[in-house]
Design a protein around this ligand. Sequence first.
Ligand code: ADP
Ligand code: MG
Length: 612
Amino acid sequence: MSEKIEFQTEVAKLLDIVINSLYSEKYIFLRELISNASDACDKLKYWSLMNQNAAQNTGAFKIVITPDEKENTLTISDNGIGMSKDDLICHIGTIAKSGTADFVKNVKDNGSVVDLIGQFGVGFYSAFMVAKKVEIITKKAGEEQAYKWMSDGLEGFEIEPTTKETCGTDIKLFLKDDAKDFVDTVYLRHIIRTYSDHVEYPIVLNLGKAGEETVNTASALWTRNKGEITEDQYKEFYHHISKNMDDPWLTLHFKAEGSIEYNALLYIPTTAPYDLFQPDRRQSLKLYVNKVFVSDKVEGLMPSYLRFVKGVIDSSDLPLNISREMLQQNALLSKIRQGTVSRILKELKKRVGNYEDYLKFWNAFGVAFKEGIYEDFSNKEEVASLSLFASTYDDVKLTTLDEYISRAKENQKDIYYITGDDVATLRHNPQLEAFKEKGLEVLLLVDPIDEFWTQVLGSYKTFAVKHISAADIDLKIERQDKKANEGELKKLVDFMAELFKNEVSKVEISEKLTKSPAALNVENGQMSIHLERLMRNHQQQTAFASSRILELNPYHPLIIKLSEMISEPDQKNEIADVSRLILDQAKIAEGEAVSDAGFFAEKLSEYILKGM
Ligand code: ADP
Ligand code: MG
């Protein structure tokens, strides 16, 4: 008896997008279905080895493609793991992964379904680009009952028990009128070779009376010799393994020999995945043991800061029946990790000098990569040396720490940095004025992560890494220009200290400012204003609030003028208003909000008008 089940809302939405849009790259459905068939063979291979079940077919895995010109159907068959009734309901028809909602949103924003289908693990549904009806007949390994699943991709699907001799899955597509090309064997051969050549199982084209023909190379790409692999083959494999449609920025294929032997074929994509910074984002390298796929969820195979690296690691030295928990602590695994990480860093080192090229990598992955400076203790200096930073040296071009050091002043002992929300605002931060005046370069750091690695790194080569507020150097600027009168200035300082006693801990005269009348600073050793803001945004602030210092520039005409007015009793209100504007201005320069926006706006207009 057949059972009718409705599609989950997300699936229905997704199918609606897939069915109703016009794509020229319809052929990708075949790549997706072949990839699922190949995954199913991987799973059965592993399952059989683990279960030692002699009855299961473990030998001749293959994927058979059968076009039928008369019926106008195309069938993709595999003798892999198959699906149970639950599998059919859970994996085809519902989408457990949270990614689907993101997918639908991403398609709406960017429009390219083809690029996104594989990435979001919704490849099966691409069948509906070419099929008006899909029929699945499948039997799961180890089970007696086979099932038939049918759907037109509109409201839902039907499931009924059926018979099937061996385990595996046949997916029959009833082709739409505009998809008749897909029964043409010449065309099929072409798209299979172009997009699925890397599949390690034979992909066989069933030519009916004319027999069967294996179309692909059918051997695991990573076990072949480098010299035998073309760039296109590497690229195609990358598309398969990463589910990305971009070109790899880096392809790294090597065989490690020594205490542990393994093959690695690794890629760094050109574009970042949509979920690079989602907390549940994990590394996704595929681990094989002697060509048997074990898992793509092995924690600890790649450190988190390299979570964007895609590819395969295959070692015969690992035990096949290793459980996931054991994998985490496995010493061999940690050797593999150390080995691959150092190879990746070595490759990055070769390319860091080529700015235009490296910038592509950096723009896509730099923020994640920098996490390595505090995450990877043994490589922190190496990761730092491969990182790029905005700096006061150049308005556009980013710098490495080594370039920074090469430009350091003769007696300079520190690498200086300032942190904030964005580079453009930071460039105008009054705290930088003295550094500019003295020709000292300052790194402009704007990623939340920067607050943390700077603490952990401590120093780079012989240079201490220091926030500018912690710089213990003489930043006094020698000047001839007019300065406010000492006595009056003292009175102004006291006046402001009293006025702002709830907002700043101190008001001080500073010899470090040039253009700005005032600036905010923190006591040496305290948390930077930016970090405090980050903590506050995460509701963690109260325990840490650092005390602010309001610094006044005694050479600034505004401060000189206020000092002159301070002794006149009837000017107190005006001085208070202008003082408040000065504090607000200093806050804005720090990326802070002013305390009373209404007051600020009103007074600003009032004074602008006076000046006009
Ligand atoms: P993904 O392959 O990224 O998981 P798909 O939409 O391509 O996403 O497939 C969804 C799921 O359906 C697969 O994860 C798998 O569990 C199941 N599936 C699809 N095709 C097959 C098949 N030929 N054999 C066994 N299971 C399959
Ligand atoms: Mg798939």
